[in-house]
Write a protein that binds this ligand. Structure first.
Ligand code: NAD
Length: 449
């Protein structure tokens, strides 16, 4: 099938590439000329495992094209996806300006029946606004083309996006027309062969489903961070508690890791946007507000531990200290630093007069773009290079390569021999046996260290 995709970010690029991979003829359109130029030359703007060779192979085969020419893309698409950003507005609600701009562009150029598929995460009722925007533009041109607007939320996980897209858990199709469902079923048939993954529903339920999924996952994380904070105070070890509850199938092992707080482009903004939607409809979303509040506090927790260690006695706290920082991306296997906990920790360390030496396996270019050059920031080539001449280590992202470091070497390198582990990667007894002080999240002993 001929597909056009508006927005060549995490969702649009991965979706377009996977659709091309199974044989569809895909045109990706973006307003960012440099991104499109780069993609045409084989430069992939994001890091996502497995994506680069797939983009290159499908581009070379002619099934995956990149353009800034919206009219050409609309003329091409039997199905037109909207996969542009929906960042938070000032009041936390989803900013729909990019989605509605695409809708108006579609209305200005559409010349035949089509199915418009919204993949961006949008508040309930957005499909109606998209339909109206397209219809108004068509009417302004005296046109009356038939078109459907479908909600098809995306559930891919950054860091695992290609696998998620090629083997989706579910394909949610929210539609009000049988024809649109038939078209999307045909589009997704290659991903749907060994069992039916399609969940059909009405448009509004599909829109809410995406928010419900992210809010549920964010709730699990904030819940565990809350319990971790209790564990820390009562002298319990959250990692033992986690083992004790995860084996209950009603609770499960996923998303019960305490840590430095959730980040990324989705959870923070989606929980806020859902809370805003609830409030706009007269419901006070107490749980959602608490989930966000717990997370906001948790992002400051690593620095609290650092202060707890350094603000003792007569010295000047962290002023003048050098911290090695392992991990900048909001999670492993991505270079995405949107809302990453590392950003808060770095800001707090800088404000307190400390210097940082950072390493992340993939997010160094993104960090340079965000922070630029500054005297209190050193970019390092490896995890151990970051330890050189540092006083302490702060681990913020749980990349696999950080899991089993040589603690003796670490002890030799760190002037103050202390590790702040924002992801509970290490066994406190093992690290302490190497002569390092250890602070984890909710591990009891941190209070007494
Ligand atoms: P992104 O910021 O990475 O990419 C958005 C792209 O859209 C950018 O390249 C931008 O230049 C382009 N764009 C903006 N206006 C445009 C226009 N008028 N025409 C063409 N292109 C335009 O965003 P993303 O992370 O891919 O997220 C997109 C949507 O998908 C959001 O609503 C997000 O909540 C949702 N989502 C994201 C993820 C994720 O893991 N990132 C997962 C599921 C859903």
């Amino acid at each position: 099938m001929r597909v056009a995709i508006f927005g060549t970010g995490y969702v649009g690029l991965v979706t377009g590439t996977c659709l091309a991979e199974v044989g569809h003829d895909v045109v990706c359109v973006d307003i960012d000329q440099s991104k499109v130029d780069g993609l045409q030359r084989g430069i992939i703007p994001i890091y996502e495992p497995g994506l680069e060779p797939m983009v290159k192979a499908n581009h070379a085969s002619g099934r995956l094209a990149f353009t800034t020419d919206a009219a050409q893309a609309i003329a091409h698409g039997e199905v037109i996806f909207i996969a542009v950003g929906t960042p938070p507005d000032e009041d936390g609600s989803a900013d729909l300006q990019y989605v509605l701009a695409v809708a108006r562009t579609i209305g200005r150029h559409l010349a035949r029946p089509t199915v418009v598929v919204n993949k961006s995460t949008v508040p309930v009722g957005t499909a109606d606004k998209v339909r109206t925007a397209i219809a108004e533009e068509l009417a302004a041109r005296g046109q009356e083309n038939a078109f459907d607007v479908v909600s098809n939320p995306e559930f891919l996980k950054e860091g695992d996006a290609v696998a998620d897209c090629m083997r989706p858990d579910r394909i949610v199709i929210g539609a009000s027309s049988a024809h649109a469902v038939t078209v999307l079923r045909r589009l997704y048939a290659p991903f749907n062969r060994n069992r039916d993954r399609v969940v059909e529903m009405d448009v509004r339920s599909a829109e809410l489903t995406k928010y419900a999924a992210n809010a549920m996952l964010a709730t699990k994380i904030s819940f565990m961070n809350e319990i971790a904070n209790i564990a820390e105070r009562v002298g319990a070890d959250i990692e033992q508690v986690r083992q004790g509850i995860g084996s209950d199938p009603r609770i499960g092992w996923h998303f019960i890791y305490p840590g430095a707080g959730y980040g990324g482009s989705c959870f923070p903004k989606d929980v806020q946007a859902l809370a805003r939607t609830a409030a706009q409809h007269g419901h006070q979303p107490q749980l959602l507000n608490a989930v966000e509040a717990v997370n906001a506090a948790q992002k400051g927790h690593l620095f609290e531990l650092i202060q707890r260690h350094y603000d003792r006695g007569e010295d000047e706290g962290v002023r003048g200290k050098t911290f090695a920082v392992w991990g900048l991306a909001f999670k492993p296997n991505t270079d995405d630093m949107r809302e990453a906990p590392s950003r808060r920790v770095l800001a707090q360390l800088w404000e307190a007069g400390a210097k940082v030496q950072v390493f992340d396996p993939e997010a160094m270019a993104e960090a340079r773009r965000i922070f630029g050059e500054r005297e209190d920031l050193v970019f390092c080539d490896s995890a151990f290079a970051a330890l050189h001449d540092a006083d302490a280590l702060v681990v913020i992202t749980e990349w696999k390569q950080f899991r089993s470091p040589d603690f003796a070497r670490m002890r030799e390198a760190l002037g103050d021999a202390v590790v702040f582990d924002g992801r509970n990667l290490y066994d406190p007894a093992e690290i302490e046996a190497a002569g390092l002080a250890y602070y984890g999240i909710g591990r009891g002993r941190s209070v007494h260290a």
